[in-house]
Write a protein that binds this ligand. Structure first.
Ligand SMILES: NC(=O)c1ccc[n+]([C@@H]2O[C@H](COP(=O)([O-])OP(=O)(O)OC[C@H]3O[C@@H](n4cnc5c(N)ncnc54)[C@H](O)[C@@H]3O)[C@@H](O)[C@H]2O)c1
Length: 260
């Protein structure tokens, strides 16, 4: 039987590349996005997240093999917190019951190397507490701060997401249920999200100064798609709570051996 997955962010960039790859391999993918998808929902809202669970259950017939939480935003505004953190967590927790019938259930999310960049400790703490209204209020303050102009919001959401994976993956709900839960942390990937940031040689150089990628530079979305597909494949039986940097070396350059 071909594997069936639910994949958010299916309309563009990394999500679209992953959906295309899985389908080329003969798998079934129920694509989710705010436009141009089998399931059209807004993951920034409670209604959209509930509709995702309901529709995915209905279309799949109540059983899936894998969840890919890829959808994300990179605007310096509270919506980025709503989609990137709370939308991602709701996707994984909401769809987890559908994995119960699979012989090889898997789940993966997309964090970012941006988790290594400057972030806001107060926002990260509120996200870790799962307090959405307080986190949205803090993000609103950050968005209006003339000094940082909302630039800390994306990194804060991704840092909290990477920590969430490590906190959750070994629990009874995931590892205890036989579900490997892991994350990919991309460097700069050429998608509509980054198009404006890498449009000129000068802009690319500036960005690569912040996100150094000595190994092969800026990547195409298929590079991340291949990693996500493997993390959610039957072959992955023992990776638990890992955040895999697929970043051309930015993690290594920025953190060196400090993590060990
Ligand atoms: N492109 C990069 O350099 C890069 C680097 C690190 C991490 N990421 C992460 O990878 C993921 C995919 O990004 P991408 O580069 O493919 O961007 P993208 O903009 O091409 O795709 C993101 C998709 O998410 C969808 N989405 C946004 N808001 C939504 C909402 N409220 N409800 C439902 N769907 C929504 C968009 O419609 C879009 O199809 C994101 O989580 C992003 O943060 C990207």
């Amino acid at each position: 039987m071909p594997r069936t997955s639910v994949l958010t962010g299916a309309a563009s960039g990394i999500g679209k590349a992953t959906k295309d790859l899985l389908e080329q391999r003969g798998e079934r993918v129920i694509g989710v996005d705010i436009h141009d998808a089998e399931v059209v929902v807004d993951l920034s809202t409670a209604e959209g997240r509930a509709a995702l669970v309901q529709e995915a259950g209905r279309i799949s017939g109540g059983s899936i093999d894998a969840v890919y939480a890829v959808a994300g935003l990179a605007v310096p505004a509270p919506a980025t917190v709503a989609v990137n953190f709370f939308g991602t967590v709701a996707t994984l927790e909401g769809l987890r019951p559908l994995l119960a019938g699979s012989e090889a259930p898997r789940a993966v999310l997309v964090s970012s190397m941006a988790a290594l960049l400057p972030s806001d400790g107060e926002l990260v703490a509120l996200l870790t507490d799962g307090d959405e209204s307080a986190a949205m209020a803090r993000a609103e303050v950050l968005a209006r701060d003339p000094a940082t102009t909302g630039q800390l919001i994306y990194a804060s959401a991704k840092l909290a997401l990477s920590r969430w994976v490590r906190r959750e993956a070994a629990t009874a709900a995931w590892a205890g249920a036989g579900i490997p839960l892991n994350a990919a942390a991309p460097g700069i990937i050429a998608t509509p999200m980054t198009a404006g940031l890498i449009a000129t040689a000068e802009a690319r150089e500036q960005l690569l100064h912040v996100v150094p990628m000595p190994l092969n530079g800026i990547a195409e979305p298929i590079v991340v798609a291949r990693l996500l597909a493997w993390l959610n494949s039957e072959e992955n039986t023992h990776l638990c709570g890992q955040v895999i940097y697929v970043d051309g070396g930015s993690d290594v350059v920025l953190r060196g051996d400090s993590v060990w």
